[in-house]
Design a protein. Structure first.
Length: 278
């Protein structure tokens, strides 16, 4: 095990059971592997890490604004960076995780690598994100998408590359003034725009994770035909077995080669009636 700085990092077994976690000196838990993450968070660690990082940056920005007092002139730099980075992470999250659900995937592996590791431009990231949203949520209105784009544009206008509020000098060594004229940025307006943006983007990300397990059929996902459903109903009734709901997806896969979740099984009224009588 590597040596971590004493006083900053502790192994969970070193923490007292009655340690308080609601003050400045409390400890944040960081799991070391997938299995521990699932036990701690109740779901896949990649899913939760996207959420923790994105929410963490937004919450940090909120806390700085709430406690800024007379320090707004110096706190504007971390505030804008924190909010902007939250947006960048949300756009990447939706693009990368949403693309996994599409058959065939519409964003190439090279583009995914660019999105994850090289791309910081909010306009380009939004274009990828919008493609995913339009394919997964085909009833999403153009008006709603345009409204989100307008809010993202406000952050792009201030810092489209993610560097202006992060470093005091640019790559040529010149002072990195974020804006080319004297302005004043409203902390309250910034916070309100961020909240609207994150409400939409975080909600979209959550829906993407919930899709396979909540009866939603993804674009291009094969469904059972009426003949297959009739055949399945006959097989279940004639088997003489009392079937559990979580056994049906496996049965569907074995008989028809289709991938169904339990919720997708219940989306069919005839199959629903097998388990829930009116």
């Amino acid at each position: 095990m590597p040596k971590y700085p004493k006083g900053i990092v502790r192994i969970p077994t070193e923490l007292k059971p009655d340690s308080k976690r609601d003050h400045a000196w409390s400890y944040a838990r960081i799991p070391s592997c997938q299995d521990k993450a699932r036990r701690m968070w109740g779901r896949d660690s990649i899913t939760e890490l996207w959420e923790l990082y994105s929410s963490g940056y937004r919450m940090a920005g909120d806390l700085l604004i709430e406690n800024a007092g007379s320090y707004t002139d110096c706190l504007i730099y971390p505030v804008v960076f924190l909010y902007r980075h939250c947006i960048e992470l949300r756009l990447k999250q939706i693009s990368v995780e949403g693309n996994k659900l599409l058959k065939p995937q519409i964003i190439t592996e090279k583009e995914i690598n660019d999105i994850l590791y090289r791309e910081h431009n909010l306009d380009k990231l939004w274009n990828y994100c919008k493609i995913i949203i339009m394919n997964l949520f085909q009833d999403e209105s153009e008006e709603e998408l345009s409204s989100i784009k307008e809010k993202i544009d406000k952050f792009s206008a201030i810092d489209n590359t993610s560097y202006k509020f992060r470093y005091p000098i640019d790559t040529t060594g010149k002072p990195n003034y974020p804006i080319d004229q004297d302005i004043a940025i409203s902390f309250i307006a910034l916070r309100d725009i961020m909240r609207d943006l994150d409400l939409y983007l975080s909600g979209t990300a959550e829906c993407i994770y919930d899709m396979p397990g909540h009866g939603y059929f993804l674009p291009g996902q094969p469904k059972m035909s009426e003949e297959q459903i009739a055949d399945l109903l006959t097989f279940i009734k004639d088997s003489g077995k009392l079937w559990e709901l979580d056994e049906i997806p496996t049965l569907i896969n074995e008989r028809y080669g289709l991938n169904y979740s339990a919720w997708q099984v219940l989306a069919n009224p005839d199959l629903f009636a097998l388990f829930f009588q009116p």
